[in-house]
Design a protein around this ligand. Sequence first.
Ligand SMILES: [Fe+2]
Ligand SMILES: [Fe+2]
Length: 215
Amino acid sequence: MRRMTYGLLVLGTGLGMALVARERRGVYESEAAGPASRQLMAEHEVILEVLRAAQTEADHARQGFNLDDNRVRDIVDFSRNFTDRCHHGKEERFYFPAAEVYAGQRVYGFVDELMTEHAYGRSIMDEIDYLLGGDAGEAATLIAERLSAYVSTMRRHIQRENQQLYQKSATFLPGAEEQALLVGFDRIERVDLGMGFHERYHRLAETLGEGLRQR
Ligand SMILES: [Fe+2]
Ligand SMILES: [Fe+2]
């Protein structure tokens, strides 16, 4: 009996350690996800850095500090170009159609919701852009509110994609399809957006993140 209890204890500890190790792995290092899914999850990490900068800017404005218009312009630039044209472009033109073909009804409604969230994020960035050209004092409160709406929508959106679509992609997307998706992604990056585009926006995300740490 004592030996059995000891055995169960060892088994439980081993299982616990395996679960902890799995928790520690980055989201885009998931064993289950293929290369296209992992690329999208890695881009989420860059987007999340800029969302942290956006939330800090909104909090500062709410606390009565002046809004840093240049930082907000950089956040709009990043969100329109890296997040929307590049990342959402890869999802909408290549990944979502493939997911719908292979997963069918399991993802139809879900993908529709994700597309609506992309459109909502796009409209918020347009509103912030219009507000930046208006009366600074009055606009600051609205810009802060719009930034917070964007941050909460996109954080939830990324979490849903990571947890419900990309990490489970191995169950519905064949490996060959994941490889083929990379061809489309590469086309968006190198031909549609041009060489150096990705690097430029990675640097902008880093700059916005560094500004965050200095505050
Ligand atoms: Fe998305
Ligand atoms: Fe995404």
